[in-house]
Structure formats: structure tokens, C-alpha cells
Ligand binder design. Sequence first.
Ligand code: FE2
Length: 206
Amino acid sequence: MAKSTSSDKKSAATSKTSSKSAGSTTKAPKKSASAGKIRPEKDAAENLREFLVDGIKDLYWAEKALVKNLPKMAKNATSPKLVQAINKHLQETETQVTRLEGAFKALGEKVKAQKCDAMDGLLKEAESIMKETEPGAVRDAAIIAAAQKVEHYEIASYGTMATYAKLLGEKEALNLLKETLGEEKNCDTDLTKLAISEINIKAKNS
Ligand SMILES: [Fe+2]
């Protein structure tokens, strides 16, 4: 097979350039190769273990934010069953905070919260969704909708972190993450049942 020589490549490149410049008089703006690429921060994770610890710091912030915000959701709910479900999950969430502290310890890391932008956004949405609905069945349905978005975010986060912990052989952290993951899934299922069996219907008829 004939190999192209460096002089062949050079002449091909030259002809390409000359045909381009012959067709247009204005030069296209040069695009930097790094355009759109995100520069890592100083303390950016360099491996999966560090990324797992970062994820746990995010969850720690998220759970603590929920402990502060769930009472507000309970206060604005009308259905006694919904109030009960939120209060039950508040108790679970307090335990989940402690469990995350256990996960930090199991990983030999310092307990630290890192602002979770996603949870911050979901909680802001929960607040606005309550403002946008009249108290009663419609607001109850809206509170369930907001709470389930929170639960789905947590299920995704705990699920991913548990997968990393398993791969990294961090058994103690894995068990703690899996325990909370189970609670989040149960909470989500309970909210679905409550919405379908009662609250959505009342909201529809109100
Ligand atoms: Fe949680």
C-alpha cells in the first residue's frame, strides 16, 4: 500500500487552504479549542472515591435543608393523611442526616455539607407551588407533586452513590446509603398511593 509522504500532505493542505481563500474574502472567526469546556475547580474530584464523598456532602446539605422545609409543607397541607406522611418522612429525614454522618465516618472523612443546587431549586419550587395554589385539595396535590420531585432526586442520588460505594468496596457506607434509599422509595410509593386513592380525586372535584 502506498504511503502518503509528508510533502503530499503538505501540498494537499496548501491546496485546501488556497481553494477556501479563493471563494471568500472575509475570514471566519477563529474558535478556540477550549471554548465551552468547563475548567475544574481547585478541589475538583480526581477519582470516583472523591466524587462519592462530594455526593455525600451534597446529600448532607440536601437532607438538612429538608429537615428545615418539611414542616412548612406539613403546615400548608390540609389532608390529615398527607400531614401524617410528611411528618413521618421528617422523622426519617432526621435519621437520614445521622446516617450520612455515619457514612462520612465509615469513609474516614470529615462531616461537611456542600450546597446542593438541585435540592435548593426543588425546595424553592415547592415554596412557589404552594403560593400558586389555593389551600385545600389542590394545594395538597401540589405538595405531593413537589415532595415526589424531591424524593425522585434523592432516589437518583442515593442510588448512584450506593453504586459507587459498592464498586469501591465501601461496605459500611453502602449499607447506610441503601437503608436510606429504601426509605426514600417507600415514601415515594406512599405518596403515589395517597395521591391516586384520594387527594388527586378531591382536587379534581374541587
Ligand atoms: Fe431523604
